[in-house]
Write a protein that binds this ligand. Structure first.
Ligand code: IFM
Length: 458
């Protein structure tokens, strides 16, 4: 039997197509810092993280990895790794401080310099327009439960692509609408910290509408743009063949996956979503024609994947009446389990159940309690095994016929992990926040070597 460490040594890069994109990902609020530099406005995360009890230790993204000032060093790290792609997000309040009106020239200049340097380094940017940084004035005007926010976003997307579209061809509209809608407006664990299921359902619809309107706006601003969305796709498996567990699993899947996949891939909301949400805010939010807007053809689907959950019925548990628990013992520091086959499973499912569209893994990774050892190294052997085993699962998906074009590891750098603050480390590169020193971990060395072997074989 091949163990994870053998796999790390033996994984054959030739299992990936020649032009496969090897990348890493970050998002603006999690790495940039510079929260008040260059006329940046205030986002819902600036406001939320300042409220007591919302993040571990009261951490905020005010400084984070100070990528706003250290970005040249970070691009050099990407070059050293041999990355072919870098997924970043632009900060809406840095580019359009109040969420409406003309773009902020200082913000535009920052991203133009960064994108230009990536191009000079042979690194293809994949740019996300919304990674949860809603300008605070738009939240004050109603936030995502308000339909107008979708129009504000589409306007922003068009302006951003007009300003930057000559330097980037690949665009993601919205990152993980599930998290923004349900963590932001139902459980209140993320910004803006509201707690109302109907608001969350309305937010989900308006995030999807924002995606569809932005697809149009982006294509209008740059005809060469390739556009997609990044959905968080969870592998949802029934805990037993008991009828109640199977029905609970279908509801859980409707909420986690189908609410976002079906409309974006042109099928409209499926019956299971109507059953769950029509009377909880969906019917009141959908206007005739919305589903056509949301289902506008996209050029690729971004898959963010982290977990497989086992679902059992629990009538007392919220509107889903379903509980999902990690499928294997929780071994990452966020209490998630490591189940590489789940990645193969979600990729094969999307490709078989929906009309084929090229897929990129736009996020996948794990948080471990990494530390600098007495020799000055960060030996994250767990992440090396994780990476090798998930890449092996991605290769299996390709062998099963999935049109997978690239892999963006989450994350390039340790960074601000939202409510978990700085204690949760997802990076290939360790960040000593006090000094802003970067130390590539053992996983970075492994990934660099794997990418270079792939390049030599291709
Ligand atoms: O850090 C987040 C990222 O912002 C969105 N996807 C999941 C990651 C890990 O939790």
């Amino acid at each position: 039997m091949t163990g994870p460490d053998d796999l790390a040594a033996q994984l054959d890069p030739g299992r990936f197509p020649r032009d496969f994109v090897w990348g890493a990902a970050t998002s603006a609020y999690q790495v940039e810092g510079g929260f008040d530099a260059g006329g940046r406005g205030v986002s819902i995360w600036d406001t939320f993280a300042r409220q007591p009890g919302t993040t571990v230790h009261g951490d905020t993204g005010d400084i984070a990895c100070d990528h706003y000032r250290n970005w040249r060093e970070d691009v050099a790290l990407m070059r050293d790794l041999g990355l072919g792609g870098y997924r970043l997000s632009v900060s809406w309040p840095r580019l359009q401080p109040g969420g409406r009106g003309a773009l902020n020239p200082v913000g535009v200049a920052f991203y133009r310099e960064l994108l230009g340097t990536l191009a000079d380094s042979g690194i293809r940017p994949l740019v996300t327009l919304y990674h949860w940084e809603l300008p605070q004035p738009l939240e004050d005007a109603g936030g995502w439960p308000s339909r107008d926010t979708a129009s504000r976003f589409a306007e922003f997307a068009g302006l951003a692509v007009e300003a930057l579209g000559d330097l980037a061809a690949d665009w993601i509209t919205v990152n993980e609408p599930w998290c923004q809608a349900f963590l932001g407006y139902e459980s209140g664990k993320h910004a803006p910290g509201r707690r109302s299921l109907p608001d969350a359902v309305a937010a989900a619809h308006h995030l999807l509408l924002a995606h569809g309107l932005a697809v149009r706006a982006i294509r209008g601003a740059s005809p060469r743009a390739r556009v997609g969305i990044a959905d968080l796709l969870t592998d949802v498996v029934a805990a037993s063949s008991d009828e109640a567990d199977l029905a609970a699993t279908a509801r859980y899947d409707a909420n986690s996956n189908r609410l976002f996949l079906d409309p974006v891939l042109g099928r409209g909301y499926p019956d299971c979503v109507h059953e769950l949400y029509d009377r909880r805010g969906l019917a009141a939010s959908v206007v005739a024609g919305d589903e056509e807007v949301i289902g506008a053809p996209i050029d690729f689907l971004g898959v963010n994947h982290y977990q497989r959950v086992l679902v059992h019925a629990d009538p007392a548990d919220g509107h889903l009446g379903a509980v999902g628990v990690p499928a294997e013992p929780a071994t990452t520091s966020l209490g998630w389990s490591v189940t590489p086959d789940a990645l193969r499973s979600v990729l094969v499912r999307v490709s078989r159940e929906y009309s084929p569209v090229p897929i990129y893994i736009t996020e996948n990774g794990a948080s471990y309690p990494d530390y600098v050892d007495p020799t000055g190294q960060v030996r994250d052997v767990e992440r090396v095994s994780y990476l090798a085993s998930y890449l092996a699962a991605a290769a299996e998906a390709i062998e099963a016929g999935v049109d997978l074009r690239g892999y963006f590891h989450w994350s390039l750098l340790d960074n601000f992990e939202w409510g978990e603050g700085y204690r949760s480390r997802f990076g290939l590169v360790y960040v000593d926040y006090g000094t802003q020193r970067r130390i590539p971990k053992a996983s970075a060395a492994w990934y660099r070597d794997f990418i270079s072997r792939h390049r030599r074989r291709a």
